[in-house]
Write a protein that binds this ligand. Structure first.
Ligand code: CP
Ligand code: NVA
Length: 303
């Protein structure tokens, strides 16, 4: 395992090993322990888009493991692939740091970085995928449901990067996912086919949120307007109107259903304040688990 770009690049066993390591490190740090596996190592963090969770949790994870992180805004380096080619950047960075983490628009940017870097490259979100989020999500599901196998997730909203990575994670780990999206915003057919090839009938699509949440263990949502789609905002707000996770939708689900959101949440749009604040919501545990998963990932890739 050199890079972490897409969940599909890994076997179920490798993913489970990462969860075991995440839980062990979580326990260690919660009890005041310390693991210095990355002492003296540096992670370069390249961000073409804003971030709260990803940036801070990776930086804290590096410090926890005895290493350090450098945050790089594209304007500081003249843009990724603009002032110089991505392949030159990847090779230069490999001479300075022990790992590169990147959040980019184009998915091909992280693929190209990984191809030419001699050090591990981590996908910290692209327009196509958000694998670190999906792994933290599955860890959270495990902690709240006591199992992963057979857990049913209703994803209500956009068939986007978060939905795509989660669908691959579900297929790899024996979970079932129903994605309820309006016409024109469904997860692409090729991704569904890939997921269902990993595990038959693990992913299903519908245009009816009410039908999706019936009998689900988890209701998951994400923004209707992802970073880079700001120009489509008005149209999207209208098209997604019937896909809000609100108390009416919640009333159709099991009383103990858990509400998940990768955050940032746009309250009043994809989720109401009432649902976000309800006792069903586990979104801050989910956000916390970004740190616990990424500590394990960094240790695995960089030590
Ligand atoms: N969920 C997530 O990736 O959040 P940030 O965009 O704040 O990193
Ligand atoms: N789908 C969102 C996720 C943010 C963490 C986006 O890409 O903006």
């Amino acid at each position: 395992m050199k890079d972490f770009l897409c969940i599909n690049d890994f076997s179920t066993e490798q993913l489970k090993d990462l969860f075991t390591e995440s839980s062990e490190l979580k326990k260690l740090y919660k009890s005041g322990g310390k693991d210095s596996s990355l002492a003296g190592k540096t992670l370069a963090m390249l961000f073409e888009k804003p971030s709260l969770r990803t940036r801070i949790s990776f930086q804290v994870a590096m410090a926890d493991l005895g290493g350090s992180a450098i945050y790089v805004k594209p304007e500081d380096i003249g843009g990724i692939g603009k002032r110089e080619s991505i392949k030159d950047m990847a090779r230069v960075l490999s001479r300075y740091v022990s790992g590169i983490m990147a959040r980019t628009f184009e998915h091909s940017t992280v693929v190209e970085l990984a191809k030419f870097a001699e050090v591990p490259v981590i996908n910290a979100l692209t327009d196509w995928l958000h694998p670190c989020q999906a792994m933290a999500d599955v860890l959270t599901v495990y902690e709240h449901c006591g199992r992963v196998e057979g857990v049913k997730i209703a994803f209500v909203g956009d068939g986007n990067n978060v939905a795509r990575s989660l669908s691959f994670a579900c297929a790899k780990l024996g979970m079932k996912m129903v994605i309820a999206s309006p016409a024109g915003y469904q997860l692409d057919a090729e991704s569904i086919r890939k997921a269902n090839q990993i595990s038959a009938e693990s992913i299903r699509q519908t245009s009816d949120p009410a039908q999706a949440v019936l009998d689900s263990d988890i209701i998951y949502t994400d923004t209707w307007v992802s970073m880079g789609q700001e120009d489509e905002k008005q149209k999207r707000l209208k098209d997604f109107e019937a896909f809000q996770v609100n108390s009416k939708l919640l009333s159709l689900a099991r009383p103990d259903v858990k509400i998940m959101h990768c955050l940032p949440a746009y309250r009043g749009y994809e989720i109401t304040d009432e649902v976000a604040e309800s006792s069903n919501s586990i979104m801050f545990d989910q956000a916390e688990n970004r740190l616990h998963f990424q500590r394990a990932l960094l240790k695995k890739l960089m030590s």
